[in-house]
Design a protein around this ligand. Sequence first.
Ligand code: PLP
Length: 464
Amino acid sequence: MTEPAAVPLDLTPAMIEQLGRQALDLVVRQIAALPHAPASDYRTATELSRRVHRPPADGPGDFAALLETFRQAAGQGVDTSGPGYLAYFPAGGLVSAALAELLAQAANRFTGVAQTAPALVAMEESVLTWLASQFGLPASAGGLVTTGASAATLSAVVAARHDRLGAEFGDGTLYVTEHTHYCLAKAAHIAGLPAGCVRVVPTTPDLRMDPAAAAAMIQADRAAGRRPFLLAATAGSTSTGTIDPLSVLAALAREHDLWFHVDAAYGGGFQLTGRGRALLEGIGEADSITFDPHKSLFLPYGTGVLLVRDPAALRAAHAGGGQYLQDLSSVEGLPDYSQLGIDLTRDYRGLRLWLPLHLHGVRAFADALDDKLDLAALVYRELSADPRLDVPWPPDLTVLLFRLRDGDDERNRRFLADINATQRVYLSSTTVGGVFYLRMCVLSFRTGKDRVEEALRIIDAATD
Ligand SMILES: *Cc1c(COP(=O)(O)O)cnc(C)c1O
């Protein structure tokens, strides 16, 4: 076999066009295949994983063959983009955002500071300012686009720690519930807070943080000489999609001078809908909000947002510099994102929000999310009408838990396996109060009524 022709690092315009067309052609085929692709497929996963695990060759490769390797590899595992993906948090992955990514990466501008790409930073900032206003934060609020809610939460916790505790923070405590995402405890740990600083507040029977219990714990901790500094509420928990009583908790945090953080990683997008806005009442009182556009704004993975009431607190905890940056100066009215977060050099994440929002228009997102609320309500109605099933909690948003009434956890695990074995839908599970539940989340813009009804038929058939 002869070696493929050399591929210069600086692709010629003709080659960009040729390779670009091949790549785009694959994208088109993959997206077109989604409705019929298996929701999960592991048939060749082991063999393929072994085959692709090889170092790059010394010489050039064949682009078509490399694309084919990618195509096969992407075909194994869970199809997290397809309409049958109803596990964890399905976002689908807007192709318009992928196109934005291509543009951003090909332009490869530096947006860690405003000076090197002021107008691009202004575009990103316009999205953050708009989001902050949607949540009811003041016009002076700011933030940054991160790689996800975990990274955003780390920056929020560090800012709160720095702002409320100062340099000596060994006696600081923060308040969560057992349904809070573990990224808060992880952030506290990475931020150097000691083990035991994360206080787990009891929840009411509807799985929400109990404000009276939180108040009692804060007071007891303070009386014992500890320094409570952060109260973390959840606007759409990961296991059950439950929203904590945000207004009450905001008032509690203010009364005790705690930083009020709202984890809206999943629930945040619903703020664009009337129903969501009513459910998230009080979120505008937050000192910080984390939100994952790669969940409820349908973006591809890798896009989180941190919003803060007072960007100065974020900057105080993250700013730094070096002699090698001496040529850079700040731009009036624009943030230097490297001063607000972990990254200095970063990809231009703003475009993957900016382009889809401007291209599709905000209403397209709001309508799609409203549709998901309707579909989740439909699932709840249908499943709770089935006497064989236990469906304990009506959904706040679009997450539903259910299990077979007559059957232990083991039987319910098989129930889930039977449903997923159809390869038409893919559900996950969780445990609440020590009990195993199947978990279904309707969130992808690609999941319509047809697939939801098919899921209900599959569940019905697997129930016997
Ligand atoms: C997904 C999720 C997170 C973590 O976000 P990543 O983007 O996966 O890092 C945090 N909190 C909640 C409520 C989540 O659902």
